[in-house]
Ligand binder design. Sequence first.
Ligand code: SAH
Ligand code: SF4
Length: 441
Amino acid sequence: METRALFGMGLEELTELMAGLGQKPYRARQVWEGVYKQRVASLDEVTTLPTVLREELAAAGWRVGLPVMAQTAVSVDGTERYLMRMADGETVETVWMPDGDGGERGDGSEAAVEEAGEVETAEEAVAGSKNGRQQVPRDARNDSKKGKGNDNGGGEVVGDGGYWSRRGNGRDRSNFGTLAENGFRRATICISSQVGCAVNCQFCLTAKLGIRRNLTAGEIAGQVAAVLNRHGIQIGKDRINLVFMGMGEPFLNYDEFMKSVRLLVEGIGIPESRMTVSTSGILPGIEAFAKETVRPKLALSLNASNDGVREEIMPITRKWNIAALLEAVQKIPLRTREWVTFEYVLLGGVNDQPVHAREVLALLAGMRAKVNLIVWNPGPGIAYHQPTPEDVAVFQGMLIEGGIATYIRRPRGRDIYAACGQLKRTVAEESGVQGLVAIGV
Ligand code: SAH
Ligand code: SF4
């Protein structure tokens, strides 16, 4: 018998389903509460429903239908990477980035503003990948790297949550554990929107998979529910940030992506202000996004300072160039305290020189923008180089001098291949990079 997932259905769809079974609308509400608020794993747990109705639903093939966590890998820095299996056997990866030290301030909330911290230095960002390990934090230092000329609200960084590096409140973060164990309940979940990706960015391991299929809204939001359940997270008490930055291009799966946002906001209860979606620059998607009333924050993967370089590393630029993308981004009505994040993967010798920094400054002049520098994470069969720490520092310094708040994203979970651009459905046979084997490809 074919099984069907309740997780992923909106309240209206559930109401129709119940009406088809001769049930009143409040039964749909009970299913909705059970599936999204209580996050039950099985229909049996929805005890508000009469047993006969549960049996009737089960007999018709209805299941909660959350993705199954088929495998997990745990990093020395506390990051976890999960292989999530969907009902048809396809798999994607989801990443959990805990921050037990109060270091996360990327969600734009008031509490976040109060916690001072500091971003990763260029040396640490590069060294982190060379060792395949996350750096051990040092003591608090003052806030010398904050962007000048931007109203940064006393060290506030609004952005995409878990990737930002913060430290400096004196808490010991050597003892990673669950949020509850750390007594500081904040984490970021990075979710996938497609199985593979069609965009073909030359530096990204996910691109090697090609596109296999879109994920449904239930499969996208279901990754979040599965991870929340694993960690016993209580929405409302724990602060969860979401980033749509895993496998796939969310704006090439626009409707399901947006439906997942609504399920996560209305059902699971995570505010959209704690969500960030990253796009490689799908123009129609950005235009549609600008019109949404409930939407995450936006990050655009700029990654190059001119169309020539961008076409080389992101061939999709031939379809929609930088000028067109920036024009569309500027039409998004920004909310209070909202910035657009521009991600910029630094590729040694390709886009990391002072001439490029000057071009980026010219491109972003006058925009409410922040730049998030990502030191390129290496992957097998990808012939780029990491930038030198000196070049990273100069690049960041020039953007800051030019008035753009610029941060270096701390690589999370590189030792388990969980960092940006490294998601390729890999499985650690043993701990460490050597043991990684690609599966399903
Ligand atoms: N498809 C979307 C979201 C997923 S990629 C997008 O491209 O924006 C998330 C971020 O990781 C993007 O900014 C992308 O440029 C970056 N990225 C991809 N491969 C990378 C790599 N090998 N090292 C560092 N960042 C990478
Ligand atoms: Fe796809 Fe993003 Fe990777 Fe480009 S960087 S191939 S858009 S996942």
